[in-house]
Ligand binder design. Structure first.
Ligand code: ADP
Length: 328
């Protein structure tokens, strides 16, 4: 499955790239301070893969304001091809404020109306970036037009290619008109998907059941999805890959910020697919679970640091954690 085409990317992600403003304690005057981190799930996924040595690119839109400049530089510094990132002088870069609770679980307040990430137009997609082994998308680029049309356009362009489609619905109900509209739009790309990552809440939202086995089976059957991963934070991951299914426990780490754990997990999964390990040809359950264990380690390590984009672990760190015991 690994092609020799030098112009080909390993993974290209399309979607939101924004600034996460994460709380960083109080100033000496007692006022809350924020740290500006690059954010957005699809960008985190390619950040992870780039850190693991894969050839990646990002497609999206920012403003040509200070945050937009910061984000473009972040892609470049992380070794992600940035030529698909459009900087629009007429728009503000999208911003999200992060709230962290005591367990490191986060929620977001988005400042997104009229901002850049939703303004990507189908004509602005550099087609040379669709020459990729894996194309990754989320559902935030399906909430508004024209970025929704741009996302569907990219999928249409890839329809007859061998490119694998990776999808993380990443449900953020506050960004949709209604739950019904969210579900309808989130399901739109599903028939094209080869690799799906959902949380238990997303599984229930999409399939109507929180039963892991029947929900994952339903997704695999109804949409012919080869690889379904249901991630459960510190409880690890339930999977259905081909005919195999099961649970792989998480690593025991001291989590400080869960932002981007799912993106890192997916980065780990895509890495193993690109390496031709187990998941691409799911014949052996043991090998599948080894790949998921790797992804669980990548996800766990991201939770031990603040932020996500800059917190992606390298091979050495992953290897060290995998040398330790897993949770039973
Ligand atoms: P998302 O960010 O999409 O909600 P999860 O929080 O389920 O995704 O995390 C994805 C994966 O990262 C989990 O399946 C697990 O392997 C790992 N992970 C997340 N949180 C923790 C944690 N607190 N301890 C250990 N591993 C974790």
């Amino acid at each position: 499955m690994i092609s020799k085409d030098d112009a080909m990317f390993d993974v290209v992600a399309l979607g939101e790239f924004l600034v996460d403003l994460a709380p960083l304690g109080n100033s000496s005057r007692g006022l809350v301070q924020f740290e500006a981190n690059p954010g957005g799930a699809p960008a985190n996924v390619v950040s992870c893969l780039s850190k693991l040595g894969k050839k990646t690119a990002f497609i999206g839109k920012v403003g040509s304001d200070m945050f937009g400049i910061m984000l473009k530089k972040a892609l470049e510094r992380q070794g992600i091809c940035s030529r698909g990132l459009i900087a629009d002088p007429g728009l503000n870069t999208t911003v999200a404020f992060v709230h962290l609770d005591e367990d490191g679980e986060r929620s977001f307040s988005f400042y997104r109306k009229g901002c850049a990430d939703i303004a990507l137009h189908p004509d602005e997609i550099d087609k040379s970036l669709l020459n990729t082994r894996i194309f990754h998308l989320g559902s935030l680029s399906l909430t508004d037009d024209p970025v929704r049309s741009a996302t569907l356009f990219a999928l249409e362009k890839l329809a007859d290619s061998a490119t694998l489609i990776s999808y993380d619905p990443n449900l953020r109900l506050e960004l949709w008109e209604s739950p019904k509209e969210a579900r309808r739009r989130i399901l739109e790309p599903m028939h094209r998907v080869d690799i799906l990552k959902v949380s238990v809440e997303e599984l229930e939202f999409i399939t109507g059941t929180s039963d892991l086995a029947s929900g994952a089976n339903r997704l695999a059957r109804d949409y012919e999805i080869a690889m379904v991963f249901v991630t459960m934070g510190a409880k690890g991951c339930y999977y259905r890959v081909g005919e195999h299914s099961g649970h792989v426990p998480a690593f025991d780490v001291q989590a400080v910020d869960a932002t981007g754990a799912g993106d890192a997990f997916l980065g780990g999964i895509l890495y193993h697919i690109l390496e031709g390990l187990a998941l691409a040809k799911p014949v052996c359950k043991n090998e599948i679970e080894k790949s998921i264990r790797f992804a669980n380690a990548v996800g766990a390590l991201v939770t031990t640091k603040l932020g996500a984009f800059w917190s992606m672990p390298g091979h050495e760190e992953i290897g060290q954690l995998m040398g330790n015991q897993v949770r039973g």
